[in-house]
Design a binder for this molecule. Structure first.
Ligand SMILES: NC(=O)c1ccc[n+]([C@@H]2O[C@H](COP(=O)([O-])OP(=O)(O)OC[C@H]3O[C@@H](n4cnc5c(N)ncnc54)[C@H](O)[C@@H]3O)[C@@H](O)[C@H]2O)c1
Length: 330
């Protein structure tokens, strides 16, 4: 039975709480403490999960006898909370993005190495059945060598300045849509192509969200080792374009595309075939995976090292957009 604390009880913590409720029912974990600067929010999540302790400072969670923490804080607090958790010897599941700079990433890497904790990046879209299926199909060679890929996450947002909150400022969010919603298609692209990202070119814009400092849309090209080129397409200014899927991967022998639990395989010069799969709640699946990794001492699907690679692509995209040039990733 893994003892857990949840740090940050805002919007996404509600989705995680469903996952924790499920794993608690299975008797594999128990959330003992919740924490939010707004104690009322922490109290609501605690009530749902039967947690006894409600705090407004994460230091108190880290002093308690939880073994692991689920961090759902605003972006600018990720580094400090992860490093503090590592110093307290608590395993970490961290919402995206891992952190905001390569210096912060280095601090996290060092704290983890000193403490020996497990860090899992909560890249929930990798738990969509179609994504796992696609990765396996690519590894099995069904589309041959991967040549091109596109990943998409877009939705139109209408929010007040208050609702934008910490997301309105580059200092607290790290950017706009790309480092937030666009982080999903970024890790998804890297996961599906499965090669080292070498160079990035980006064109970002803000079309419909004057209340935020950062971009509300980004169109990013990534060249991978081996030659494949990927496209990350993300926006808070419009919904997913009609012809787009969550992912589309093209190889020498065909292509595959899908979204959530829908998956299509289209051999070259043939009609697409839908392969059926059972829908799952990706947040429940990621919580279950984290607990299983802690129980078994195994490596999570994505660790801080994967998070750092995603961050490198995103930071290179910001530099590319700013400098209007192709940026090499080292
Ligand atoms: N995986 C997804 O699909 C998804 C979706 C939304 C958000 N997220 C990620 O989840 C994280 C949180 O986003 P959100 O939308 O839930 O934000 P949010 O603003 O709704 O929640 C953040 C919470 O942290 C609390 N907080 C702020 N400072 C604190 C502090 N010092 N100590 C304790 N609590 C503090 C706030 O009171 C708030 O309740 C971000 O990293 C975001 O990118 C992921």
């Amino acid at each position: 039975m893994i003892k857990v604390g949840i740090i940050g009880c805002g919007i996404i913590a509600q989705a995680h709480a469903k996952g924790w409720a499920q794993i608690q029912m299975e008797g594999k974990a128990q959330v003992l403490a919740t924490c939010d600067a707004d104690r009322g929010r922490a109290g609501l999540v605690a009530e749902k999960l039967g947690a006894d302790a409600v705090y407004d400072r994460w230091e108190d969670v880290l002093r308690s006898d939880v073994q692991a923490v689920d961090i759902c804080l605003p972006h600018f607090l990720h580094r400090d909370a992860i490093v503090a958790a590592a110093e307290a010897g608590k395993h970490v599941m961290i919402e995206k993005p891992l952190c905001l700079s390569l210096k912060e990433a280095e601090d996290i890497r060092e704290a983890k190495q000193k403490s020996g904790i497990t860090i899992m990046c909560a890249h929930n879209q990798l738990f969509h059945p179609a994504v796992g299926h696609a990765r396996k199909a690519i590894e099995e060679g069904r589309i041959g060598k991967v040549l091109s890929a596109r990943t998409v996450d877009c939705f139109h947002i209408s929010r007040t300045a208050e609702q934008w909150g910490w997301r309105a400022k580059v200092a607290t969010a790290g950017g706009g849509c790309l480092i937030d919603t666009g982080y999903h298609p970024s890790y998804l692209l890297l996961y599906l192509v499965g090669a080292r990202p070498m160079a990035v070119a980006a064109m970002n814009g803000n079309y419909a969200q004057p209340m935020i400092e950062g971009e509300d849309s980004a169109n990013v090209l990534v060249r991978f080792e081996g030659g494949a080129v990927g496209n990350i397409f993300t926006s808070w200014a419009w919904d997913v374009p009609g012809s787009s899927w969550q992912f589309q991967v093209t190889g020498e022998k065909g292509q595959m595309y899908g979204r959530g639990s829908r998956f299509f395989f289209k051999p070259l010069k043939s009609e697409p075939i839908e392969e059926s799969m059972t829908p799952v709640d990706a947040f429940e699946a990621e919580v279950a995976h984290f607990v299983a990794c802690l129980e078994g001492g195994t490596r999570p699907l994505q660790t801080e090292e994967d998070g750092i690679t995603v961050l490198k692509v995103i930071l290179a995209a910001y530099e590319s957009n700013q400098e209007q040039k192709v940026v090499q990733i080292t």
